[in-house]
Design a protein around this ligand. Structure first.
Ligand code: GLN
Length: 385
């Protein structure tokens, strides 16, 4: 295609193709076991696909309500009340989105403008920073402490100023697999207490928490929930990352702004899947059993790689496990992950890409949302490195 030769002012001059696409493509090209991009390699429940079929065949194929099918919003509200004791009005405080990423983008686009500062913790999931920049905001980075990836709230206090408009948190945390605890939320509450700072809390892995820990949702803290967008994702919960359905919770005044942007970013989310999920969610096992399902996978993976030279701190949540390779090589994590994909036929994600200033702690992220067979293949390779 011939193209116009004038200058194009890039709004994201430094951004390249997301690491998830890069590594999954490389894994496919190299025929490597792909533990890089986070997605299950096994099927979702056949009951769920049958429900989607049922609703498609029954003619639920036109636009849904802009904010999502009300039956789905209702059952989300019930789930959040039951699990976290917080009431969100399905009419005005819940919006169904085309996945977690769209919800995050929309929350940022609807509240962040020119010159606003947004605090985020690195390593940070890669969609936050460009969403802030596309809307004229300025990302302000605070590093999580290594190796436990905890938040140093004192350093957060130091970067807050008049321009701070939002703090983004993520628990369970991608890529580190750590979780925020009650004390973290109390600290955050103190910090934002007398300010106008909003919070965006990415909880897309809320149903994947290990070792008997309970997920601390920001919705449990009324003084924080009153100023927060809370994001979740059915892709993670139902093994359907390709369906791109998630949701956002927020108090009415914030949700009103969110919907102003949402209706022109995506308008509405596909109808039959919303109906199917609404019905599927009626059985609470559909999400309450997920932690034990993934804990079995985490434990299997960790036990199988115990002879390897990689070092692991067991993941506390998400379906990611970090492995430290400083005993193996002093190569950069990017070089090492590419090399492993090409020569050992196993793909992972180098954690330095989640930093603003490429901090390389010699750590790779492996996704264990895989069949036991895939995990076995992966473990054999890892043990040979
Ligand atoms: N959330 C997934 C991960 O962290 C990837 C999602 C995506 O590819 N955009 O691997």
């Amino acid at each position: 295609m011939p193209h116009f030769s004038g200058p194009i002012r890039s709004k994201l001059p430094k951004v390249e193709t997301t690491i998830f696409t890069v590594m999954s493509q490389l894994a496919a090209k190299e025929n490597a076991v792909n533990l890089s991009q986070g997605f299950p390699d096994f099927s979702c429940s056949p009951d769920l696909t049958e429900l989607v079929n049922k609703y498609m065949k029954a003619g639920f194929n036109q636009y849904s309500h802009m904010a999502g099918f009300i039956g789905l919003r209702q059952i989300i509200s019930d789930k959040v009340s039951k699990l976290y004791g917080a009431y969100y009005n399905p009419e005005t405080e819940i919006t169904v989105t085309a996945g977690g990423t769209q919800a995050i983008y929309t929350a940022i686009a609807s509240t962040i403008g020119e010159g606003d500062e947004v605090i985020l913790f690195t390593p940070a999931y890669d969609c936050f920073e460009p969403a802030i920049e596309l809307n004229g905001g300025k990302p302000v980075f605070v590093q999580l402490s290594v190796p436990d990836y905890s938040v140093d709230w004192e350093s957060v206090k130091k970067v807050i100023n008049q321009k701070t408009k939002m703090i983004i948190i993520n628990t369970p945390h991608n890529p580190s697999g750590t979780v925020l605890n009650h004390d973290d939320f109390e600290q955050l509450e103190k910090i934002v207490g007398n300010t106008d700072i909003l919070v965006l809390c990415d909880e897309v892995y809320e149903h994947i928490v290990f070792d008997g820990l309970m997920h601390e949702s920001i919705t449990k803290f009324p003084n924080l929930a009153e100023r927060s967008f809370v994001i979740s994702s059915f892709g993670k919960t139902f093994h359907t990352t390709g369906w791109k359905v998630g949701y956002c919770l927020a108090p009415e005044n914030l949700m009103k702004e969110f919907r102003k942007a949402h209706q022109f970013i995506v308008f509405a989310v596909n109808t039959p899947i919303q109906h199917a999920i609404a019905e599927f969610l009626q059985d609470e096992h559909s999400y309450m059993d997920l932690s034990s399902f993934y804990q079995q996978k985490r434990d299997l993976f960790l036990s199988m790689i115990s002879p390897s030279r990689f070092k692991a701190i067991p993941s506390k949540g998400t379906y990611f496990q970090l492995l430290n390779f400083e005993n193996i090589t002093d190569k950069s994590d990017v070089d090492f992950s590419v090399e492993l994909t090409k020569t050992k036929k196993i793909a992972s994600i180098p954690v330095s890409v989640f930093y603003h200033k490429k901090v390389d702690a010699h750590v790779l992220r492996f996704c264990f949302a895989k069949s036991d067979e895939t995990l076995r293949l992966a473990a054999d390779i890892i043990n040979s490195i």
